[in-house]
Write a protein that binds this ligand. Structure first.
Ligand SMILES: CC(C)(COP(=O)(O)OP(=O)(O)OC[C@H]1O[C@@H](n2cnc3c(N)ncnc32)[C@H](O)[C@@H]1OP(=O)(O)O)[C@@H](O)C(=O)NCCC(=O)NCCS
Length: 331
């Protein structure tokens, strides 16, 4: 038995923020952002009070509708996010209540840009072990309330946007269809190369005015280091997935990479030898929505007809931790 993606959904807030809009708030320009990252605009929540679980509700409903399921049919939720609604409990609990699912297990996964692939691995294992049959996987982020709109944070701030994507996983006995493999990896040597340090439980108090003056409550990134690791590790782990399935890049109908930077994805696709027209990109419209990028990419591609019955889709991600992963799914 394998698990199979039977529905996908996505939701982006309606507030469009262009590079020119950002350049009114911090010292940056459209040309710098587009040249370095490919991003033209991103979405932000419309007002305070909207959490990752709120963005996840319409994305989940779209995924459930495609799978022909009602919220009461969901047996477990896996929610990938680095920007949970509140510090605790996890956003999966809020989503469970907002969707009106029963009292089902609801789990948050904190693996940043690789969060969706880590969640897929967990849900796939549950289904293959016969533990649950209908699992909802969500990636959702609200970044716009947690980035530094000053000159000090401009390298990070221009990259990120808000959004949500979801998929439904169910069992199948089809000989080839379904999640064929998921490969995951991590190396904490990069833990401080892309991180948000404070508030931190290892400090007492967790957050001080001095720490805020030192800007330690904003995300920090060593962009060059992240870039180098991503273009090295994403092809490596994608090849591991392909070779585990006896597949070559020419067997891939669609490549859905995490959307961190258009240049990263072009380099990764080139290294793998996957032509441009088989690589999904929406970073120009949404920026980096972290755990949401891959399920948004799957959902949009399915609605656009780029994914159809029998499509073999390769996914790969790299992000904070460092963590990275890949998956091959036949639809
Ligand atoms: C962030 C990133 C686009 C920066 O590109 P880069 O070519 O490495 O740029 P640099 O860091 O060398 O910065 C070049 C200059 O632009 C400046 N700069 C940084 N952010 C800027 C912005 N938003 N607007 C204008 N200038 C900016 C820098 O201050 C630097 O100026 P200096 O040369 O005077 O010091 C790139 O490193 C990247 O994409 N890294 C991966 C990030 C990523 O994927 N993060 C998410 C992981 S999931």
């Amino acid at each position: 038995m394998r698990s199979r993606i039977t529905g996908a959904g996505h939701y982006l807030p309606t507030r469009v923020v262009t590079n020119d809009d950002l350049s009114k708030r911090l010292p940056t320009i459209d040309e710098w952002i587009q040249q370095r990252t490919g991003i033209k605009e991103r979405r932000y929540i419309e007002h305070s009070g909207i959490g990752a679980s709120d963005l996840a509700v319409p994305a989940s409903k779209m995924a459930l509708a495609q799978a022909g399921l009602e919220p009461k049919d969901v047996q477990a939720i896996v929610f990938a996010t680095l920007s949970p609604d509140v510090n605790f409990p996890g956003s999966a609990c809020f989503l469970q209540q907002k969707l009106g699912c029963g009292q089902i297990p609801s789990l948050d996964v904190r693996n940043q840009c690789s969060g969706f692939l880590y969640s897929l691995s967990i849900a796939d294992a549950w289904i293959r072990a016969g533990v649950y049959q209908n699992v909802l996987i969500v990636g959702a982020e609200v970044h716009s309330t947690g980035i530094d709109f000053s000159e000090h944070g401009r390298d990070v701030t221009v990259l990120f946007g808000d959004g949500a994507g979801a998929v439904v996983l169910q069992p199948t006995e089809h000989p080839t269809q379904g999640v064929r493999s998921v490969h995951l990896a991590a190396d904490g040597v990069g833990a401080k190369e892309l991180w948000l340090e404070a508030p931190a439980s290892m400090y007492d108090p967790r957050l001080t005015v001095e720490m805020m003056e030192q800007r330690r409550h904003w995300p920090k990134m060593n962009g060059k280091q992240v870039f180098r690791w991503a273009v090295d590790k994403m092809p490596e782990i994608a090849r591991a997935a392909l070779s585990a399935q006896g597949m070559s890049p020419s067997d891939v109908d669609l490549f859905v990479p995490h959307q961190a930077n258009m240049r990263i994805n072009q380099a990764v696709a080139e290294k793998l030898g996957i032509p441009h027209d088989r690589v999904v990109h929406n970073i120009e419209r949404y920026g980096n929505t972290t755990a949401a990028t891959i399920p948004i990419g799957i959902s949009e591609s399915w609605k656009d007809g780029k994914i159809a019955e029998g499509s073999r889709v390769l996914m790969a991600a790299f992000g904070a931790g460092f963590t990275w992963g890949s998956a091959i799914v036949e639809f």
